[in-house]
Design a protein around this ligand. Structure first.
Ligand code: FEO
Length: 398
């Protein structure tokens, strides 16, 4: 039986945990699940802020029923139209036929496109307010964090920000939703992976959003995924600021593919050279074992990157090609970079990976190593020395 616990007077968390879904957006692994957060404000008027994935509508409605006990919902505030939050809107309208949907013009277009909803919608613009009785909600547009229609809702009695996906993370809310009641250690890597994969392309819009929000006193951030941030507000805002500036820590990611072990040997040699030259944070990822979302999360974290793979049908090895596309799509800036490649009869990988430096406007460190067939002692040494050159650039990086 759900026991309602308000996060402020008459404001309730009514989100749900998804422990079943394997792949978020059908491509990002969810080893720790994900929460779809929704919030209910009970005042002279009742407002629900966002819904949940349609597969969990009955969980959401059960929580709302336990709080409202037959009372109707007056407003549904739509901060974000992606179906992990908007998916239950149609069912909600059937359950509460008089609910008025509060949305901006871009969301109204999507409401029509997804659900054929054109009536009983209240359009709001930047800075508009909605009076619920004791509480007033103000709406601020946050385009491209990470969809064009995204807005946030600010409650100005208790200074609560309902932030849509911003400051969200993968990982369920286990036993509670408030950060000060949880051990939040488990969220930080997953929050960076969420940011890298979903928001990472949109550094400038995130910076614009942070500037806009900096004028508001905020006591709680209620995102659509992960815990409600109260104790950790400064940390999560600081992380978003760093990531959206593409700021990094000192360290080296080596992401490689290898079919028969030769290219892996080159990766090991690069790592040995980097460690010998004083870099402590060296992370090696085999792209055939580690999903690229985890690798991208580490590439967002560290300032050094070395990619390596065999030539495959005259191209890059397919999983490295996928990773390279992920890097390019996110416009990752300002990295110290080099690469290596291997082949049996005609080399292409090293040349193609070298070209990535120019595409991304990254500094290419040293001379990329290209190896034919078995790894000779000379090629091993070249990789080792490349690791050393990377280390020097990484710790002189600014
Ligand atoms: Fe969690 Fe962009 O939806």
């Amino acid at each position: 039986m759900y026991t309602p616990r308000p996060l402020a007077e008459n404001i309730f968390y009514v989100g749900v945990n998804d422990r079943q879904k394997e792949l978020f957006e059908n491509y990002l692994p969810l080893p720790f699940g994900v929460a779809y957060n929704s919030y209910l404000i009970v005042d002279e008027k009742v407002a629900l802020i966002d819904t949940v994935d349609v597969n969990f509508a009955h969980n959401l409605f059960g929580k709302i029923d336990a709080i409202l006990n037959g009372r109707q919902i007056d407003y549904l505030i739509v901060n974000h139209m992606e179906p992990d939050h908007a998916g239950s809107i149609d069912l909600l309208r059937h359950k509460y036929p008089n609910v008025q949907i509060v949305a901006n013009a871009k969301s109204m277009d999507m409401l029509n496109g997804y659900f054929g909803i054109t009536s009983n919608v209240l359009e709001v613009k930047e800075g508009d307010c909605l009076n619920l009785g004791k509480r007033i909600l103000t709406f601020f547009m946050m385009p491209m964090v990470h969809w064009p229609e995204v807005m946030v809702t600010y409650e100005n009695t208790d200074n609560i920000l309902f932030s849509a996906d911003a400051f969200g993370t993968f990982g369920t809310n286990d036993g509670d939703y408030l950060d000060e009641h949880l051990n939040t250690d488990k969220y930080w890597d997953e929050m960076r992976r969420y940011y890298a994969c979903i928001v990472g392309k949109f550094g400038v819009p995130v910076q614009n959003a942070l500037k806009k929000l900096s004028a508001l006193p905020i006591s709680m951030i209620c995102s659509t995924h992960g815990p409600v941030w109260k104790k950790e507000i400064a940390k999560v805002v600081g992380l978003y600021d760093r990531w959206s500036r593409y700021e990094t820590e000192e360290g080296l990611v080596i992401a490689y593919a290898s079919m028969y072990g030769h290219t892996q040997l080159m990766a090991e040699a690069v790592a040995e050279g980097a460690i010998a030259d004083g870099i402590k944070n060296v992370v090696i990822h085999n792209v055939s074992k580690t999903d690229s979302s985890f690798i991208l999360a580490d590439i967002f974290k560290y300032n050094g990157l070395v990619l390596g793979c065999p030539t495959y049908m005259g191209e890059l090895y397919p999983l490295i090609e996928k990773l390279v596309a992920g890097i390019q799509h996110r416009g990752i800036k300002n990295r110290v970079y080099s690469c290596f490649g291997s082949f049996t009869w005609a080399g292409a990988a090293a040349k193609k990976l070298t070209a990535l430096a120019e595409t991304m406007k990254w500094e290419l460190v040293g001379t990329p190593v290209e190896n034919k067939q078995n790894v000779s002692a000379e090629k091993y040494r070249e990789c080792y020395e490349l690791g050393g050159e990377m280390a020097k650039k990484i710790y002189n990086f600014c």
